[in-house]
Design a protein around this ligand. Structure first.
Ligand code: UT7
Length: 325
């Protein structure tokens, strides 16, 4: 009994929709350009009273309900986020308190858009290593707080949301393989300069918009495609599977063209790839768990299916996991 299974999922997104047509009124862009270059049609934006832990809480409550367990039964909370409520304490600690989960370990992981997969990987290691039996693994983001709505190269991409899973020790196979990676040499291609210890918030840093996310999209695109393609091929091999054994690919939802490149590399039919970025945009750490929850809800992913996750993000970080549901 040393397998690790996903036993519950949940997701949450703010009600407010920001469409491509809305963005046309903010920056020089068009619905046609955004749709053709990214596949995104709209994204959700949190109101001023909602932070990442609020979305994470809503997703976590649903995940616990779907797992049919109480918060008191989990041994730990790991949150992937690059938009925590505060630099410290962690968003995981805020969730611990809101959920009333006592005596648990709780921490955040900063791994850009790979945050959820990194958290799942660490949780997998904890359970197989014997230090936990059940964990809450969350991706929660309010990217709208760090996006510059005067920068058309980034503001069209990102949205807010959260997804959560409960993972548990199990007799049946669950996570079949998980491989994570990083390379920090090109960190400046995607980062938030201000607000940390290198450029603390000052009047000048705010004036220079250094607390906003910066991205060299074209360069990031190329590395993202290559890294995620390689990670998916590697993890399939590590699990002793063939691409044809994968029932559903759930990739990080950054750009439809990136997803298509991975699909083609694996020679998978379109119906085996789950995409919801048209409705949410890029929600960073939240994208994979939101997509998983939706795929399960609409019956696209079912018990017994073999699902391949892949992600890439700031750092750079990337990884892929294969899970039998
Ligand atoms: O989630 C973490 C990882 N992040 C990603 O994976 C994002 C990866 N990058 C991308 O998805 C794409 O690079 C973008 C969607 C960000 C940009 O698409 P692109 O095809 O790489 O466009 P580009 O940056 O090369 O820009 C092409 C043209 C430029 O104009 P010129 O120089 O050709 O005249 C841009 O100024 O499109 C222009 N442009 C826009 N036009 C209308 C850039 N942004 C916009 C815009 N609306 N929003």
């Amino acid at each position: 009994m040393n397998h690790v299974k996903i036993i519950g999922t949940g997701s949450a997104a703010p009600d407010k929709v920001l469409s491509n047509n809305d963005l046309e009124t903010l920056v020089e862009t068009s619905d046609d350009w955004i749709t053709a270059r990214t596949g995104i049609k709209e994204r959700r934006i949190a109101d001023e009273n909602t932070a990442s832990s609020d979305l994470g809480y809503e997703a976590s409550v649903k995940a616990l309900e779907s797992a049919n367990i109480d918060a008191s039964e989990i041994d730990g909370i790991i949150v992937g986020t690059i938009t925590p409520d505060f630099l410290f304490p962690s968003t995981a600690c805020l969730l611990q308190s809101k959920l009333g989960a006592r005596g648990v370990l709780a921490f955040d992981i900063s791994a850009g858009c790979s945050g959820f997969l990194y958290a799942l990987h660490v949780g997998y290691g904890m359970i197989t290593g014997g230090t936990a039996d059940k964990l809450l693994i969350v991706g929660a983001e309010t990217l709208s707080r760090v996006v510059d709505y005067e920068d058309r190269s980034t503001c069209i991409l990102f949205g807010d949301g959260a997804g959560a899973t409960v993972i548990s020790r199990s007799d049946e196979p669950g996570i079949l393989s998980s491989i994570m990676n990083s390379d920090g040499k090109d960190w400046q291609l995607l980062y938030q300069p201000g607000g940390g210890s290198r450029i603390p918030a000052t009047e000048e840093s705010i004036r220079n918009k250094e607390h906003f996310l910066k991205m060299e999209g074209k360069d990031v695109f190329k590395v993202a495609v290559k890294s995620m393609e390689n990670a998916t091929v590697e993890v399939i091999k590590d699990a002793n599977l063939d691409p044809s054994d994968i029932d559903l690919l759930i990739p990080h939802q950054a750009n439809y063209r990136i997803i298509e490149a991975i699909r083609k590399r694996l020679d998978m039919p379109e119906e085996k790839v789950f995409c919801n970025l048209d409705r949410y945009g890029n929600t960073s750490s939240a994208s994979v768990p939101i997509a998983l929850d939706e795929a399960i809800k609409i019956g696209k992913a079912k018990k017994g299916d073999t699902v391949l996750f892949a992600a890439f993000g700031a750092g750079f970080t990337w990884g892929a996991s294969i899970v039998k549901l």
